[in-house]
Design a protein around this ligand. Sequence first.
Ligand code: 3H9
Length: 677
Amino acid sequence: MSDETPVSVTMEKDGEVAVVIVNNPPVNALSWHVREGLKTHFEAALADDSVKAIVLRCDGGTFIAGADISEFGKAPRGPDFNAVLNMVEAANKPVVAAIHGTALGGGLETALVCHYRVAVPSAKLGVPEVKLGLLPGAGGTQRLPRVVGVEAAATMTSLGEPLPAAKAKELGLVDELAGEDSLAADAIAFARAKIADGPRPTRERAVFGDVGVIEELKTKNAKRWRGFDAPYANLACVEAATRLPFEEGLAFERQEFMKLMMGSQSAAQRHIFFAERQAAKIDGLPKDIKLRDVKKVGIIGAGTMGGGIMMNFLQKGFACTIVEMQQEALDRGLGVVRKNYDASAAKGRFKPEQVEQMMGLITPSLDLEALADCDLIIEAVYENMDVKKEIFGKLDTIAKPGAILASNTSYLDINEIAASTSRPGDVLGMHFFSPANVMKLLEVVRGDKTADDVLATAMSIGKKIGKVAVVAGVCHGFIGNRMLAPRQIEAQKLLLEGATPAQVDKVHVDFGMPMGPFQMSDLAGVDIGWHRDPNRIESIRDALCAEGRWGQKKQAGFYDYDDKRNPSESARVAEIIGEFRKKAGIETRQISEQEIIERTLYPMVNEGALILAEGKAQRASDIDVVWIYGYGWPVYRGGPMFWAGLEGTDKIAAALEKHGFEVAPLLKEKAEAKSGF
Ligand code: 3H9
């Protein structure tokens, strides 16, 4: 150990029990110096004849939460993790892991080489590597089936969901539950009691359970895992544990781990892990900025968006006042909220009494004055600037001083809305994505005059209600919808030139998106924005709308739909497209998959580059987060801006130029440097 090595592991003695303590904030990740400290202190404890048992525990909020992800891809430093683990497992005195907080990934793998595990009831144990496009690469896939059996090991590794301590105890992963406030002492007592029993190395235990579960998991999760490599690699390793001796199983695991580690999927998923956390940070604002107190929330509009937005707050126990103009609309909106909750309760997500509790938090009203005591008011009425300005003008006279006034607009100018009040500092955008109670993205739109504490409070509220919040600047469509626009425009042009909606959609679905541009249009409503000018028939979309083909809700849009909303290609749409092609005098041609990618996905990167250069997004990774959580961009491709780096910004810029696009200066710059964003 050199002088600069951080002291992140220490050792104490309690009679004949040595206690090795890890302290590496914030999550006790297994950074190189932790591995070094573990090695040093375990060696010392093993060499000390007066030590009869060893406890491993952590200071701070959690047990070891995994390998240090920030070290991945860097030159190796410190002792090899597997070597340290093997030494612990081979200890000739019992080793006990004392677990609180989360024992995750490499953290649980460390606990698995300990001979016994004691945990507080609030602890969680799991191997979430799959969410980083990885697998537990330090023996986890080989040791877990020896401790919890094949079924639990396959489920834990492939889904990555941590288990509560009680469930872990049922499975034999935890040997004893400790007192919530007496873990350190209880673990020492447990270790002392195990001195007589001696060590119990996991590798020497037999794998048990039925391997059939692996195929069942694959079938059950086929849709969820479409395109992902890691779930299958995790299962292959667990399967290998059932037929290979331990050391060979480890070697197989190592090989699969390295494949994933070197691949682009894990790089993308690790990028998103940090991007999501980075998104919460607001450049230029102190971390400890004082937030405004938000207890009571007001929602204006009980439509699909207003109701969905309110559900997020109810679930976190916020009292909500919801205002509509007509009793009928109010009743309908509340009816939908109740129906959604009842459906969730039927699936076991809520208890019936929880539903009643949440519904009891609602104060419905037909009067904006009812919002006078709200700390945060979110307007979610239809997209019309005059209507929104009128509402905000009224709110200005009604809302209490210091209340945050937010608009859920998807496109409109927040500065103009703010200017209709005498307190533009209190105004900002909180743009939820439909269905608002499900989609994780929240764009928090910062107006020119939005006060810093208002912005920070909205971001923090976003986190509280389980959203991933991203700061966006004021521009048409903010980050997400602004990038959607060129994609949708180009998709329509492709139809004129010879592509079909199904062909374009298939390319997007094969790419990993949940749906393509036309499927999305049909779901959202082809008629969005059309009603303003229903006499205009200038595009294929206008023609569809004029015939009432408004999408799934009408069982007709770019596709035909049956009663169960199953789509099929539409002969009528093909006719309409044919008429437009004729009118435009366009000779159709075969459009390749590659061209569809170049003309629908590359322009999104181009728009992203403009957004970034204009400062409408704080950083490229925020744009990625928007597309992952708001539109279902496949996480294994890391979002459009990360993907641009994989694809090659030079290739993207050249193709855009070839297709006649004006290449954004920032993209040009990146292309010349052959770098990503
Ligand atoms: C692994 O173990 C591979 C092995 O199987 C094989 C090896 C051969 N490393 O989430 P938070 C940072 S893979 C580095 O906001 P919370 C995080 O970036 C790993 N840094 O807190 C953030 O930094 P900042 C398997 C990490 O309380 C800060 O800690 N393990 C790591 O909401 C706070 O994080 C996992 O996948 C890490 N492993 O949640 C677990 N973890 O403040 C990943 C966190 O600068 N971690 N940071 O933005 C988590 O799930 C959550 O962080 C946890 C805490 C639940 C622990």
